[in-house]
Design a protein around this ligand. Structure first.
Ligand code: NAD
Ligand code: LMR
Length: 338
């Protein structure tokens, strides 16, 4: 086996053992695609997270530099870097949580589905590694198109005989982060005090904000509802266009991914009442996957909440969302089965 590109000294490993003896929580987290636009700030933020004791950074490029850089941060987590397919298994062995932001991002004029041809294969290979090396890990899928990559991951896990629907979560947190921000702007509130459920999936009309269920209780005019819904559904495109060919959302995504990963880790730790929206295997609708509020616990997704009462505007949005989602899910399943 080629040597790992960077292993922090023995002192770091010793520290993990000591903390384990002391009983303090510490989870092992791998980031696949750690050198990318999302991967780098995500790795930095995870290194700052006190719930993380070991952080594995895997990519097909540039992990030596990213790992050396991040490992100098004076926070608890021990950081190790892994470069290239031949080190994937070492990167994954023993992990509690695997976060996947590997893959190509959009350019202006593209849909997320235009990324399918490249990213489907990347996610499939990475999930085969997970099935082999850490089949019990929680998996957070960020790579687009999420509406298809999550079904691909599920098929890979089924084929390997290890699929546990509670452990596979598509990351739609950025839609919630955006919705909270845009709604707070309209209401004149601090976004941290606003909670907007966003259900469905993670692309265009499949992103369905439930503005009738915003907390704190409020109401919007039909114009506000239209504008807010459209801005939330097109938030990704807003960033893609502003970046003008250099990529899509990376910094807000890293923020959202850490918020979501931290919720997964708090669930694993046994915290009560940890609830986030996520795209998961679901019976909330007739579709096999759907994003809605889920409660996270020691086994991953422990409860999936129903959508709650929808108004007429949301019911119409749900029909559109389900039509597009059905096609994206089937496309992912067909790819993984072929
Ligand atoms: P990027 O191109 O900056 O980084 C991608 C990284 O993946 C690169 O470092 C690349 O080397 C790596 N990579 C490529 N193939 C790999 C493989 N086989 N194994 C491991 N790593 C591999 O892209 P980005 O801006 O970080 O975006 C990554 C993905 O996240 C895109 O598909 C993008 O559409 C998606 N995304 C999703 C959301 C969401 O809300 N779920 C938000 C933003 C972006
Ligand atoms: C986003 O919502 O920002 C991501 O899905 C990236 C994209 O392509 O829009």
């Amino acid at each position: 086996n080629p040597p790992l590109v960077h292993i922090q000294g023995d002192a770091g490993l010793e520290q993990v053992k000591c903390r384990a003896k002391g009983g303090s929580p510490g989870f092992k987290v791998a980031i696949l695609g750690a050198s990318g636009g999302i991967g780098q700030p995500l790795s930095m933020l995870m290194k700052m997270n006190p719930l993380v004791s070991v952080l594995h950074l895997y990519d097909v490029a540039n992990t030596p530099g990213v790992t050396a850089d991040i490992s100098h941060m004076d926070t608890n987590a021990v950081v190790r870097g892994f470069l290239g397919q031949q080190q994937l298994e070492d990167a994954l062995t023993g992990m509690d949580l695997v976060i996947i932001p590997a893959g190509v991002p959009r350019k202006p004029g593209m849909t997320r589905d235009d990324l399918f041809n490249i990213n489907a294969g990347i996610v499939k290979t990475l999930c085969e590694g997970i099935a082999k090396c850490c089949p019990k890990a929680i998996v957070n899928v960020i790579s687009n198109p999420v509406n298809s990559t999550v079904p691909i991951a599920a098929e890979v896990f089924k084929k390997a005989g290890i699929f546990d629907p509670r452990k596979l979560l598509g990351v739609t947190m950025l839609d919630v982060v955006r919705a909270n921000t845009f709604v707070a702007e309209v209401l004149g509130l601090d976004p941290r005090d606003v909670d907007v459920p966003v259900v469905g999936g993670h692309a265009g009309v499949t992103i369905l904000p439930l503005l009738s269920q915003v907390k704190p209780l409020c109401s919007f005019t039909p114009e506000e509802t239209n504008q807010l819904t459209s801005r939330i559904q097109n938030g990704g495109t807003e960033v893609v266009e502003a970046k003008a060919g250099t990529g899509s959302a990376t910094l807000s995504m890293a923020y959202a991914a850490v918020k979501f990963a931290e919720s997964c880790l708090r669930g694993l730790r046994g915290d009560a009442g940890v609830v986030q929206c996520s795209f998961v295997a679901s019976q909330v609708t007739e579709l096999p996957f759907f994003a809605s509020k889920v409660r996270l616990g020691r086994n991953g997704v422990e409860e999936i909440y129903p959508l709650g009462p929808l108004n007429e505007y949301e019911r119409a949005g749900l029909v559109k969302a389900k039509n597009e989602l059905a096609a994206s899910i089937s496309k992912g399943v067909a790819f993984a089965r072929k």
